[in-house]
Ligand binder design. Structure first.
Ligand code: BGC
Length: 750
């Protein structure tokens, strides 16, 4: 028996003695009892090199979606030497089992590897992009979508997803706005918690659970000019009020890992930001998982200009609180020497290793290193009918009806001639959106196919592409116009291609690219009624389109059930209920434009020059935050508060009556906003504090109640303490952030 085998055996006996009984943690997750003792007994056996190995993560070339994978001798050598703790982008139950066997059987201590992948909005069953998911305003539904993603990914050798992405984004030029929940910290927090709970389940040791990773910590969405990876310079107040709440919510929901961001804040790149990674995350929030860097972000500190050498970059990162190095290799190549030279205390290394090991224990990897490598389950769960069913439901609920003049929608099912036009109408790839994991364009139901299936048997559905998403080729216009002539309706499917958003997908324009708007104008000249279905990963500035066409459905990138979901809505099987999680501007010049802005000393009055506005544009957005139409109409009445005043530590009851005054059933997202009228620091003009989706039959009425507790009324005062300040508050309730009923109450002084 080799000495490695002996050590491994002793270690596993020790683990069994220390016990694997489980206990409930405060966050509701089940964690192994005696976890810290188990971790420490393992740590005691480890060499410095083995410890460093646990902090190293590499991507395997060719491990990504659709690529041919090859594990090189170099990989095997590193894994065998215990110099790797985690791999990313390696997928497949059988493949990952073989790699795990090297780690478990051939390294001295047999510590299992952690396999990570960006499972962002589905694994094989691709759901709408997260911005679309957020438009459902239904955290429970999104929890279920994340659960499906976890079930599929965990069966294909994945233990860990780099999701949810919880960055607040107020600048739609930033391509990564597609990956998050939009501009609002409250909605973003609800979605963050839902996704964490969905991925991790309530027991991380279950083989269908995957570790979640809230990213990118922090304020990555505040990049200047919306340019990816760019500089961020915001106050601590804005950081805490706008950008941190979804991370806090993810931590409270028990997220096991956090990824730090590429950007700096006020001169400090996140990979070396001790204030963020240690003071706030560990000390204030008591986060006990581990922090992984973003891709090469440790090495990038040299380009940022705060590390003069790779060793300095590694030292800064580990000291700030980055536990695992994704891909840069600097922990692998430099940490050992830094420890040897006494430049980094062993205690700092040990703490980082403890955090990583703790999570591996929590995942049950020591008890079952081969969890998630079940080929039979892999075959069985992928694209299961109930997964597709849920994808269709989420897609349907994610779409936002922006305009519906004269009740053009829903379409009658007995139309005899329909033209489906546009470069995205029959696209199989774009509906998947960015970060589509193991999504396969062959699984996608295109809009054309969805409409063909849904239209009545006798219907004639004509198709013309018209033009490309980009480019100036108008040669297809004639054919498209011919298709549109004399039909009952022309459905134009236009927007952005999927690679125009997501990482490094920032745009300098918010227009619909290419000649697509011209195509719409050309079709309009035929006199046929036009419905526009938009696919895009960000709000677009579409004032002309919005004025010209009678009906617009914002579909985002809806995932594999795109066509079915679009057809469900267009033909009225389901009434649209999505609401915008982000403001649609009239023009790119208005950016940043978000609903929860400050009032300023001179709030905008379009007819008054010396106010906060542009002289050449209306100050309002094209479509406000929270906006979305339905095929029915909802009326709000009788907004009442439980009391005219409350003590600062008490809750206030807010009630409103919502009536379906239309002729169809429908769902409505009832939204509650507050405004602290006078405080020690200026407050936003509105802040979302509660919402609920309700379903009403025609004529049906419902009283909807919301409690507003101290957390909803609190803000950071001048001394950065979070308190409820006495004084007058307004409450607004409505179906979007603009059209609201209003009332007010006082918070009394203690
Ligand atoms: C992205 C992360 C992602 C990582 C691994 C980075 O470039 O910023 O969001 O998780 O790559 O794929």
């Amino acid at each position: 028996m080799s000495s490695g085998t002996i050590v491994r055996r002793i270690f596993y006996v020790l683990l069994m003695v220390v016990g694997s009984v489980t206990a409930r943690a405060n966050d509701g997750l089940t964690i192994p009892r005696n976890l810290d003792r188990r971790v420490d007994s393992l740590l005691a056996l480890m060499t410095v090199e083995e410890k460093v190995g646990q902090l190293v993560q590499y991507s395997v070339k060719g491990g990504g979606t659709g690529e041919k994978f090859r594990l090189t001798e170099e990989h095997v050598g590193r894994i065998r030497a215990g110099r790797v703790g985690s791999l990313l982008n390696v997928v497949g139950a059988e493949r990952n089992r073989l790699i795990q066997e090297i780690a478990v059987k051939e390294t001295r201590l047999g510590i299992p590897l952690l396999f990570g992948l960006d499972v962002v909005h589905g694994f094989r069953t691709i759901f709408p992009i997260p911005l679309g998911e957020a438009s459902t305003w239904e955290p429970e539904l999104i929890r279920k979508a994340a659960r499906v993603a976890a079930v599929e990914a965990s069966a294909a050798g994945i233990h860990w997803t780099f999701a949810p992405m919880v960055d607040i984004a107020r600048d739609p030029r930033w391509g990564r706005i597609a990956e998050g929940s939009g501009e609002d910290p409250f909605l973003g927090s609800q979605m963050a918690a839902a996704r964490v709970t969905g991925f991790q389940g309530d027991d991380l040791t279950r083989t269908d659970a995957i570790l979640a990773c809230a990213k990118h910590f922090a304020a990555y969405g505040a990049a200047e000019g919306g340019r990816d990876y760019n500089t961020v310079d915001i106050s601590e107040r804005t950081l805490r009020e706008v950008y941190l709440p979804p991370f806090d919510a993810a931590v409270k929901a028990g997220v096991g890992s956090i990824m730090c961001s590429f950007n700096e804040i006020a001169g400090i790149p996140s990979s070396s930001n001790h204030f963020l990674l240690t003071d706030i995350l560990r000390t204030e929030w008591k986060f006990d998982g581990f922090v992984v860097s973003d891709w090469c972000s440790i090495a990038e500190m040299q380009a940022h200009g705060i590390a003069g050498s790779p060793a300095e970059a590694a030292a800064e990162a580990i000291t700030a609180g980055v536990d695992m190095d994704m891909e840069s290799g600097l922990y692998d190549s430099r940490l050992g020497d830094l420890i040897g030279a006494g430049k980094i205390p062993v205690a700092v290394l040990d703490e980082a290793v403890r955090r990583v090991l703790r999570v591996k224990f929590r995942l049950g990897l020591f008890d079952n290193p081969y969890r998630s490598f079940e080929t039979a389950r892999e075959k069985k769960v992928m694209l299961a009918p109930e997964h597709r069913f849920l994808a269709r439901e989420v897609a349907g609920q994610s779409m936002v009806l922006l305009k519906n003049e004269g009740g053009l929608l829903p379409l009658k099912k007995d139309l005899s001639k329909i033209a489906v036009i546009g470069p995205l109408a029959d696209s199989r790839n774009d509906p998947l959106g960015c970060w589509d994991a193991k999504g396969d364009s062959n699984d996608v139901v295109t809009v054309l196919r969805g409409i063909r299936q849904a239209a009545g048997r006798g219907a004639d559905v004509l198709y013309a592409r018209g033009c490309g998403v980009t480019g100036a080729d108008r040669s297809g216009f004639g054919k498209a116009m011919k298709a549109a002539r004399g039909v009952d309706v022309a459905i134009l499917v236009i927007g952005e291609s999927s690679e125009m958003s997501g990482e490094a997908g920032s745009r300098a324009s918010l227009s619909i690219p290419g000649v697509q708007e011209e195509l719409v104008q050309a079709i309009l000249t035929t006199g046929t009624p036009v419905v526009v279905v938009l696919m895009n990963g960000r709000p677009l500035a579409i004032p002309r389109l919005s004025a010209a066409v009678p009906a617009i459905l914002e579909a985002w990138f809806p995932g594999i059930e795109a066509g079915n979901a679009v057809a469900d809505l267009l033909f009225g099987d389901y009434s649209p209920s999505g609401k915008l999680p982000v403001t649609f501007p009239r023009d790119i010049g208005q950016i940043p434009l978000y609903y929860n802005h400050k009032n300023t000393g001179r709030p905008a009055v379009d007819t008054s020059r010396f106010t906060s506005k542009y002289i050449d544009l209306e100050s309002t957005p094209l479509y406000p935050f929270g906006f979305g139409l339905s095929y029915t109409r909802f009326e709000y009445s009788e907004l009442t508060l439980s009391a005219p005043s409350i003590e600062p530590d008490r809750s206030l009851g807010v009630s409103v009556t919502v009536t379906n005054v239309g002729t169809r059933s429908g769902e409505e997202v009832v939204q509650v906003y507050i405004r602290d009228e006078v405080a020690s620091v200026t407050r936003p003009i509105k802040e979302l504090r509660a919402f609920r989706k309700i379903s009403l039959a025609p004529g049906q009425q419902q009283r909807v109640d919301f409690p507003l507790g101290p957390e909803a009324l609190a803000s950071y005062n001048r001394d950065m303490q979070r308190v409820v300040e006495p004084g007058e508050f307004k409450v607004f309730v409505g179906g979007n952030s603009r059209d609201v009923l209003e009332s007010s109450f006082r918070v009394l002084a203690h």
